[in-house]
Design a protein around this ligand. Structure first.
Ligand code: HEM
Length: 195
């Protein structure tokens, strides 16, 4: 069986159209425990949209222009919202035991997104190139060396930090998110524990 036929069979059996674009949800999803994933995703959408504006306008625009300042603030505050929502998300998923019944991969992909998110935040701070950020860069360089990844990730290399922050890490995050959502759609939201 060739790859296309295998993909067809997989999608037909594992991801029906009602799974991909559901019109109805199980009644237990109507709870705050299932809300924070969507909140995290919305914050991420705002981060990406405002980040694109910053990257296109450049630092002379977002440091000097009032509209640029606004987009800079939107970017910063949606990051705060993103991490707050993500912490609430994985805490509620932890108490729901949401890795049950074969959902371990959804959990692991989520954990990876947490890691990628932290590195994206770190590279964002490094990009500011203020005194604070230079201090963080020198300190984080020692941490990366101690962790054994200093040879591939140099926090004091502005070019590498920029590429990681505006391209590599966001693309990785969005790819993991696509997989996260695919798995949830395929497996359906986890049931609450029986009383
Ligand atoms: C970029 C960060 C993240 C985004 C945008 C995100 C998004 C979502 C969304 C939209 C859902 C479905 C709605 C819901 O149940 O809340 C979900 C479910 C889930 N998330 Fe995340 N998530 C993120 C990070 C994480 C992290 C860090 C973990 C855990 C380490 C995690 C574990 C899970 C699990 C296990 C489910 C499945 C729940 C179920 O099957 O009912 N997620 N996520």
């Amino acid at each position: 069986m060739n790859l296309t036929t295998r993909a067809q069979r997989y999608l037909r059996l594992d991801l029906t159209i009602e799974d991909a674009l559901p019109t109805r949800m199980p009644v237990y999803v109507n709870s705050v425990a299932y809300l924070f994933g969507a909140a995290t995703m919305m914050a991420l959408a705002m981060i990406v949209a405002s980040g694109l504006a910053l990257a296109l306008g450049g630092p002379t625009w977002y440091h000097a222009n009032r509209v640029g300042h606004f987009f800079n603030s939107v970017h910063f505050w949606s990051v705060q919202l993103f991490f707050l929502a993500m912490i609430l998300h994985f805490t509620t998923k932890f108490f729901l035991g949401a890795w049950r019944d074969g959902r371990w991969l959804t959990w692991m992909v989520g954990a990876l997104m947490l890691g990628v998110g932290v590195f994206t935040g770190l590279t964002g701070f490094l990009l500011q190139s203020s005194w604070d950020s230079q201090w963080i860069a020198t300190q984080a360089k020692d941490a990366m060396n101690a962790a054994g990844i200093g040879a591939v990730f140099n926090t004091m290399d502005a070019g590498q930090v920029l590429t990681l922050h505006v391209a590599a890490l966001p693309v990785a995050l969005l790819a993991f998110l696509a997989l996260h959502i695919f798995l949830i759609r395929r497996d359906s939201p986890v049931r609450p524990y029986e009383d």
